[in-house]
Design a binder for this molecule. Structure first.
Ligand SMILES: [Fe+2]
Length: 184
């Protein structure tokens, strides 16, 4: 039987929460764990942005997806700060707490609103196709760095966030616009 797309997303959510817990409880492991967290969170978020959010938006979740996309952008900026922070410095703990709280609240919202609405509105065939598309996008984006986005990734983020009229913007202009939108 094909994997269920919602199960795949939930497995990533639980693994990311586990990494946050490990990062909090084992400071000595931080240099090893930060790149793992970063790679997983970026690949997961990009795959959602590319395959899940457009479908969820289309299925009626406009406001939720606008908000969810902005949260991805904020998480990405905090991830950059976490990567730059010294793991032994108190600034690391501050950024880690902010990122973990934000991402955990974001997961709860997705699990309470976005994913159940998708299950309700999409047929079995669409859900199966989505599972394959999610895995393949996640695979493609694995290893990418936060804020390291192609123009097409930025345009997808802009569409998910409900922006219009950005098609003429250059890559750096669109990246700046999205950073302002995220409020970071
Ligand atoms: Fe998400």
């Amino acid at each position: 039987m094909a994997a269920d797309v919602i199960d795949l997303i939930l497995q990533d959510h639980r693994e990311i929460e586990r990494l946050f817990d490990q990062l909090d409880r084992h400071p000595a492991r931080r240099p090893l764990l930060v790149p793992i967290l970063s790679a997983l969170l970026i690949a997961h978020d990009r795959a959602e942005e590319e395959e899940i959010y457009p479908v969820a938006r289309e299925a009626g979740g406009t406001d939720e997806i606008t908000r969810s996309q902005k949260e991805h952008l904020r998480a990405e900026d905090l991830l950059v700060k976490l990567e730059l922070a010294d793991a032994e410095d108190s600034a690391f703990d501050t950024v880690l707490t902010e990122l973990a709280d934000m991402v955990t609240a974001h997961f709860r919202e997705e699990e309470r609103q976005v994913l159940p609405a998708m299950r309700e509105r999409l047929g079995e065939g669409q859900m199966e196709a989505l599972a394959k598309a999610f895995l393949s996008s996640r695979d493609k984006h694995f290893g990418e760095r936060p804020r390291d986005r192609r123009l097409s990734d930025l345009q997808q983020q802009a569409r998910n966030a409900g922006l219009v009229g950005f098609s003429d913007l250059a890559k750096n202009e669109l990246a700046d616009l999205l950073r302002k939108l995220a409020g970071s």
